[in-house]
Design a binder for this molecule. Sequence first.
Ligand SMILES: NC(=O)c1ccc[n+]([C@@H]2O[C@H](COP(=O)([O-])OP(=O)(O)OC[C@H]3O[C@@H](n4cnc5c(N)ncnc54)[C@H](OP(=O)(O)O)[C@@H]3O)[C@@H](O)[C@H]2O)c1
Length: 245
Amino acid sequence: MAGTTLTVISGASRGLGHALALRSLAAGHRLITLARSPLSLPVHGSSHQHIQTDLATVHGAAQACTALLQMLRQEHAERFVLINNAGTVDPVAQTADLLDAQAIARALQLNLASVMNLTAAFMQGTPATARRQVLNISSGAGRKPVSGWAVYGASKAALDFYTQTLQLENPSLQACSMAPGVIDTDMQSHIRQQSRDDFPGLNRFLELHQYGQLSTAHDTADRILRHLDSPAFGSHTLDDIRHYE
Ligand SMILES: NC(=O)c1ccc[n+]([C@@H]2O[C@H](COP(=O)([O-])OP(=O)(O)OC[C@H]3O[C@@H](n4cnc5c(N)ncnc54)[C@H](OP(=O)(O)O)[C@@H]3O)[C@@H](O)[C@H]2O)c1
């Protein structure tokens, strides 16, 4: 269908993903969302389908890909957008304490492996002739080490590297791994609850919150969607939304 956009967003039940979903619907996009929680959004003349799944498990990610592929094959649009946004900062711990292999595996599965799977399903389910955009939500923590965030930082650094490979292999695709800044979401309140032993940088995050220096999820979502709409999107595969108005 001419002029239409179909947008897929993971982690759309809360935080940045939820704001991106609401803004995408308001912009008239048809929407497919993913999260563990159920999700019902106000659809006015657009459409919304939700895939309820745990992307931190191999099985959940595989189920999500099967469902996504089926949905995409029934959609016709001029432009297809995938926003890989679901993520976790856990396990937060010093490297000497990282003995919980299951917690590490869940984080890498959610922050990295499920992104690879969903992106493959997106590539297979959408026509190469359409305008296709993949936006991976990264973090400054993947570009500069943060004490206590070894797993998170490693997963986001790997996400950056994966995105560069995706772009290399698919020059007609617009791919970007975007650091979104520090946003007032559940993830930030979870960070503020960590112990100083596990996370020595705690004070900085307490102060950012105390002095009102966090971005809102809706402001960040607006900036991200504006950037996705702009011709500049994808010109830098590794990017930071704070570089844009
Ligand atoms: N907030 C920040 O300051 C900040 C800074 C830099 C980067 N980021 C990145 O921005 C993205 C969004 O963060 P946020 O702050 O909005 O986080 P958030 O408030 O914790 O929300 C995370 C979203 O991911 C979903 N999710 C979590 N675990 C999942 C799982 N196992 N399977 C499927 N979905 C899952 C959650 O939904 P369910 O619980 O319903 O599954 C939720 O919708 C993340 O990739 C994060 O790393 C955030």
